[in-house]
Structure formats: structure tokens, C-alpha cells
Design a protein. Structure first.
Length: 182
């Protein structure tokens, strides 16, 4: 089976293009939120069972999932959902959502900065990190998403797009181990 990112890319790009062609990119945030809600719904074990059940028709699956995003959901999103269901690609919804977010962020000049820390960071700490990172990523507004990962032992690990800056104690220990065993 093809990589999920390869499967998801045309769906995300098609949805973004449909919004851009109509000048509806203002709805992008709402659609992004709904895509992630659909992704969560599809990841639920009960829904996953229904997805693989041959007795459940495409229309029944659409009605179930469309109900989770509401009647007032944009028509482009409803169309995407119907197409994904008909093509048997519901498993790609989380990746479609992630790629749609990337397209939206790119158009807005924004990037998500995923910050993992061994300990809780204060707002001041996060602001200082973002300020320092903005010099490494000029012209891009960084949107921090902070999580705690005790496995880092100390320090932080930051991912912006496909770049990773790992200043954690765990990474330093791994470097030392590699140097000593080489």
C-alpha cells in the first residue's frame, strides 16, 4: 500500500485549491478544526470497526461522520468526506488533516513549532524560545505547541516542519554513547 502521505496529498491539495478558487480561505480554520475532529472520530475503535464492516454502506458511513461535523459544515468539507469514503481512504483522514494544516500555515506564513520539554515551561520560557527560534526561521510566524516528555531527562526538543533541533539530555547522551562505541 502506498504511504499515507502520498495518498493524502491530493485530497488536501484539492480541498485547499477548492477553497482558494472560491476565495473562501477564511473558512480554512473551521475546516481544519473539522478535519481534525473527523480524524479523531475515525480513530475511535467503534468507528474503526464500522469502517471495516462490509454491511455498512458508504451513505451510512457518510451520515455517521457528517453528523459529527454538523449540518452547517462547508460544502467543500462534505464533498471531501464523501470522496474519501467512496474511495475507501478514511484511514488517511489524519494525514489529510495534517497536510491541509501545512498548506494553510504556508499560505498564512505560519509554522507550528512542536516543543517537547522534560519539565513544564512557563509562558515566559515559551516566549523566549519562540523569539530565539524566529531568528532561525525568519519570515515565519511560529505557533508553539508545548508538550512534556520526561524521557528527554532535561532540555528541549523542537520540531518546525521537517527540521528538528534537539537540545535534550537524552540526545546528548546518545551522542556520547555513539562517540564512545565508535
Amino acid at each position: 500500500m502506498a504511504e499515507l502521505s502520498t495518498i493524502a496529498r491530493p485530497y488536501a491539495q484539492g480541498l485547499w485549491k477548492a477553497l482558494a478558487d472560491r476565495g473562501d480561505t477564511a473558512q480554512a480554520a473551521e475546516i481544519e478544526q473539522s478535519l481534525f475532529a473527523l480524524s479523531s472520530a475515525v480513530s475511535e475503535p467503534q468507528v474503526a470497526e464500522l469502517v471495516s464492516d462490509p454491511k455498512v454502506t458508504d451513505d451510512q458511513m457518510y451520515d455517521l461522520l457528517a453528523g459529527s461535523i454538523g449540518e452547517e459544515a462547508p460544502s467543500q468539507l462534505k464533498g471531501l468526506l464523501r470522496t474519501v469514503i467512496e474511495n475507501g481512504r478514511l484511514c488517511a483522514l489524519p494525514e489529510i488533516a495534517a497536510q491541509f494544516r501545512a498548506l494553510k500555515n504556508e499560505s498564512e506564513g505560519v509554522a507550528d513549532a512542536y516543543i517537547e520539554s522534560a519539565y513544564a515551561l512557563t509562558k515566559k520560557d515559551v516566549d523566549q524560545l519562540v523569539k530565539a527560534l524566529s531568528q532561525k526561521f525568519p519570515g515565519v510566524t511560529l505557533r508553539p505547541e508545548v508538550s512534556i516528555n520526561k524521557d528527554l531527562i532535561g532540555g528541549v526538543s523542537i520540531r518546525v516542519g521537517d527540521q528538528v533541533l534537539d537540545g535534550s539530555v537524552r540526545a546528548r547522551l546518545a551522542q556520547m554513547k555513539a562517540a564512545l562505541t565508535a
